[in-house]
Design a protein around this ligand. Sequence first.
Ligand code: C2E
Ligand code: CA
Ligand code: CA
Length: 793
Amino acid sequence: MKLRYFLLTLFLFLSVTPLLLFQAWPHSEVLEGELDEVHERHLLLARNLAAALERYYRDLVTTFDLLLDTPETWSDAKTMLRVLDNLSFRHVCIADWETGRVTLTLASASAPCPKVIPQAEFERLKSLVTPEGVAFGPVVETPDGENVLHMVKRSGDSLAVGAVKTTYFRELGEAISFGVRGHAAIVDNHGRALSHPLADWVATRKDMSMISAVQRMLARETGVEIFYSPALKGDMIAGFTYVHPVGWGVMIPQPIAELQQKADDARRSAVIVLVIGVASALALALLVSLRVVRPIEQITRASSRIAGGEMSLPEVQGSSRFLPIEFNELSKRFREMVLRLRENMSTINALAYQDLVTGLGNRTYLHQQLSGAISEGQRGTLLLIDLDGFKSVNDMYGHDVGDKVLEAVGERLCTVLGVRKLADYENDELKQGPSTAFLHPLVTRLGGDEFAIWLPSEDHAQISGLAADIVERIREPIIVYGTQTVIGASVGLAQYPEHGSDRSSLMKAADLAMYDAKKAGKDRFVAYSPALMTAILDERKLGGEIKAGLQSGQFIPHFQPQFRLPDRTVTGVEALVRWNHPERGLLAPPDFLETVKELNLLADIDALMLDRSVAQLRELCENGVSVPALAVNLSEERLSSPEFLESLRTLGDLPFDLRFELVETMALDTVDEQLANILEEVRQAGCSLDLDDFGVANASVLGLMNIQPAHIKIDRNLICGIQEGNIFERMVGSIIGMGHSLGIPLIAEGADRLEQVERLAALNCDFAQGYALAMPMGIEELGVFLKNQPQPD
Ligand code: C2E
Ligand code: CA
Ligand code: CA
């Protein structure tokens, strides 16, 4: 989850939780709380009011009784009237019990008593009388329209009547008001309104006894009641009580809707507070996400880009005083880190692409650049250069000199092409990437003594010119630490896209061309051609076949007889390898021996030849054919293999002499102790050594002295040129003379015409071998041939 969303969710949660809790909180409790409060408050008010009314009642009764007990005071009307007025008396009178005639009166002029109380009214008043004392009647209207309460008492033959105005009740009721429609209601002992917020009800003395709370008051109960108010058209709650002992009711009602309103108001306030809370939390979250999350996000984005290998600087905001110090510090350090990383990376890159010996680009660099060039469709030519003779420079003078030579070669290549070494470029130039680099010639070292050049050109003449220049420049002597060395270069060329449609096939094509240059004699350049590929493929096929042939015994010996001169008696046979190819028939060494050498199988061929030729000739001897000697060719590879001497020991006694022909091209001039030992052991095993192909390679008398061969074989290239008196004849003559002077007999090989045999005999050559005398032949043919030879005397 993104930090931004995480924070937003967190803030939302924090702000919404109270809202949810509030929502879950039972709201009816608010109302209940209010009702509870009403219980206590309203009941208390009602009681207080009742207490006040009770005092008023007692004042009324006391004053009334006092007046009845002291009729003499009635004459001082002025004082008494003031007292009565204070207590809201309208008047007080005493009437005859029988007639209703008023006998005594105390009243103001404005509210006089009648002379005689009307019959019906008098009867009603008399009915109110109780034996206990003063009694109060219900509220009634006087003829002049005023509401009064009558208090009555019988005293002897008279009825005392007091008319009390309801003013005090009204004032008391109005004094109690709360809320919008909260008020006190007071009823008389019959349930008629004495005080009520509806003035109408008071004026008409509304009978409220149908209200349950009023009924309970009249039943002299105290408590709280919820009821429907027809006056206010709604549910009310009221605390109520009664006035002892008269039985007036006092009630403090309040509309429940008003309480509901109050609870709703409280809830609304809470909701408003919560909404404000949520809004501020959101605003805060937004602020935090902008101020705090953004830098973190930027750094995160930059980090993932860096992880993806892109070393661009993050667009992290600079320091801001609105950000926490830690964030400013983090951004700053992060930028520093990226800068340092970038610096390190470019150094590493530079090193990763550089060859440390020459300062040229390395193989990785070439690969990268080539891939870049190819992906952009850039046409060009790849040159692979392999140094000739570098290995011996290294062996002879050591690696320090070798490295210097490589460095010099790198510099010469750069000079020929007119470019700089990779090490001479600034890091920034390299960072521009391959798109600019591969537009120029590119010189790299692949490793060892191999170099590669990418030329963004297809111009044959130009390329051939450059390749020739390269070969020529490298051939020039290189002087290192005062030592002069000379090396050469074999160069292979391949063009993109003609010779290879991708990097690796292009490299392979150039490599084949280079290989061909080496094979063709080194120190030259060869351009790749499809024919080359065919040849290479053929060679590869040949290699496979040779290996298979070795396994299945397709390689067999043929034998060419050697003759003594001048009598031409057979003195031995040379075993020559033949390949009995399943499709191509019998093949001679020129068809396959080069490949055998490249496959490092020459020693195997030699071993096979020794085994087979010895076995075949042994069988021939057992069949009664006499074989004077067997000559077997011995390659350097076989000679230096440990199994060679071992194989000699297992040969056992042979019915013929065994000779080994050593090729003169072996470095016999400097026969080391190891080689000398081997040669000695060969002699110890009873075999002799002949020196083969003498006269064409680095013929040296020193070599001759070193190995002291049993015979010297004069190379057939000298023999085939012999004509009477020519240079070849003189040359061969002097070789024979030299051999004889060292006491070594000579064998001339390759004599394909009889005149040559005769000339050789005339030159005192000891032995001859050649087509003129006998062709190489299979074992059966040889058996026949030897049987037909005249036996030596
Ligand atoms: P080499 O050792 O000099 O063998 C003599 C070569 O001269 C043979 O060729 C032989 O057939 C050929 N030759 C003989 N008389 C004449 C002639 O009158 N005119 C001409 N033009 N050639 C003649 P081959 O059999 O083709 O062998 C070629 C070379 O292959 C041999 O030269 C030898 O160096 C190598 N070779 C042959 N067999 C073996 C072997 O078993 N082991 C090794 N290491 N090399 C072998
Ligand atoms: Ca030979
Ligand atoms: Ca030879």
